[in-house]
Design a protein around this ligand. Structure first.
Ligand SMILES: *Cc1c(COP(=O)(O)O)cnc(C)c1O
Length: 397
């Protein structure tokens, strides 16, 4: 294997095409798919040396694999992280990133507005192991400040949040966490690595579901945890290696191909989303549009400061509650009904009856997820066709 070290000064789009590539003796152009579980040694002595850590070759694909390593390296370059480990799903990344740091008696503080399964991990799973948890309104710094105490080990949030696209001040929460020696973990899925760099803002660990924009074409599940070398080596690696949430080499290969076009896709999808947000804002049958790139977003100033671009996702509320929202969804032609996001295909979902149906009515109300709310993940179609589709569906409401 030859490793052409990527230049850290390359701009994101260049890193996404060339970063982390290693080539076999055949000099292939496209990244090789090393679909192997294990590795063979030239001698018994070589095997012994590798297990002693005297050479850094591969041992077993639950620990590391050359195709997976290329994906990890490319993500590290993009994110400006020293180290990273890829996981089978985004949820495996979130769970491992938090669980590896805590023990019974420790305290975790998280924002209330979380992806459904993330909230389950914090609210239901962690307390089973004796970990104390506090959920806060992530937009309120006074609540973070009050909740974070001497036993707090981890703070966790996503920004923008799912599905109402609220923003949380990452730099400020990082400062509060660091006062007590806690680490801040950011789920950066909605922002994408193109529009937000949490490590630069002061966060300690970034997690992704690469199932979303990174694959971007609806094929494979995957995830990644990115942080400094000390955290990955000292706290994360043993947990990862022994519990086994590793990414399949095939999925890593798909993600590598996805990364080549990530910059292009996220920019185009954001451009489409921005145009759609403006279109919807002018429609009388729409109660409100939530889009971080519009100056009427309640946290527009924070969006400008914290993010390099807006969002590929638009949230909006149709007047007339669930009946109107369902009628609208059912009348769409191009835009597909699906709870996924970040895809080349535009996808729409009704959070109250799908992604957030497990929350109580009070919890949904606290998160402003009402019955007219829809979440639209904008794809790569011609934006005029998408606007026509939305306008046609609105006419029937
Ligand atoms: C999808 C998603 C996850 C979970 O990722 P999977 O790959 O489905 O396990 C976590 N957080 C956010 C914000 C997501 O959108």
């Amino acid at each position: 294997m030859t490793n052409r070290n990527a230049n850290k000064n390359w701009r994101a789009a260049t890193k996404l095409v060339h970063g982390g590539t290693t080539r076999s003796q055949f000099g292939e152009t496209s990244e090789a798919l090393h679909l192997t579980q294990g590795y063979v040694y030239d001698s018994a002595e070589a095997a012994e040396a590798r297990f002693k850590g005297e050479d850094d070759g591969y041992i077993y694909s639950r620990y590391a694999n050359p195709t997976v390593s290329m994906f990890e390296e490319r993500m590290c370059l993009l994110e400006g992280a020293q180290s990273g480990k890829a996981t089978a799903t985004g949820m495996a990344a979130v769970t491992a990133a938090i669980a590896c740091q805590v023990k019974a008696g420790d305290h975790v503080v998280a924002a209330r507005a979380l992806f459904g399964s993330c909230r389950w991990v914090i609210e239901i799973l962690m307390p089973k192991f004796g970990i104390d948890i506090t959920l806060v309104d992530g937009t309120r710094l006074d609540e973070w400040e009050k909740a974070i105490g001497p036993k707090t080990k981890v703070c966790f949030l996503e920004s923008p949040t799912n599905p109402t696209l609220e923003l949380i001040d990452i730099a400020k929460v990082a400062e509060l966490a660091h006062r007590v020696g806690a680490r801040l973990v950011i789920d950066n899925v909605f922002a994408t690595p193109i529009w937000q760099s949490p490590l630069e803002l002061g966060a300690d660990i970034v997690v992704y579901s690469s199932t979303k924009h990174i694959d971007g074409q609806g094929r494979c599940l995957g995830g990644i945890v990115l942080a400094d070398e000390e955290f990955i080596d000292e706290e994360f690696y043993d947990y990862f290696r022994h519990t086994g949430p590793s990414l399949s080499p095939f999925n890593a290969w798909t993600m590598l191909k996805g990364l080549e076009t990530l910059d292009l896709r996220v920019r185009k999808q954001t451009q489409n989303a921005s145009r759609i947000a403006d279109f919807l804002a002018d429609e009388t049958k729409i109660e409100r549009v939530i889009y971080p790139g519009r100056s009427d977003h309640p946290q527009y100033e924070l969006a400008q400061r914290q993010m390099k671009g807006a969002s590929t996702i638009v949230a909006f509320e149709v007047k007339g509650g669930k009946t109107a929202a369902f009628k609208f969804e059912n009348a769409l032609d191009i835009i597909l009904l699906s709870n996924n996001l970040g895809d080349a295909k535009s996808l729409i979902t009704h959070p109250a009856t799908t992604t957030h149906k497990n929350l109580s009515e009070e919890d949904r109300a606290a998160l402003n997820i009402n019955d007219g709310l829809l979440r639209l993940s904008v794809g790569l179609e011609d934006v005029d066709d998408l606007v026509d589709d939305l306008a046609g569906a609105l006419r029937g409401v």
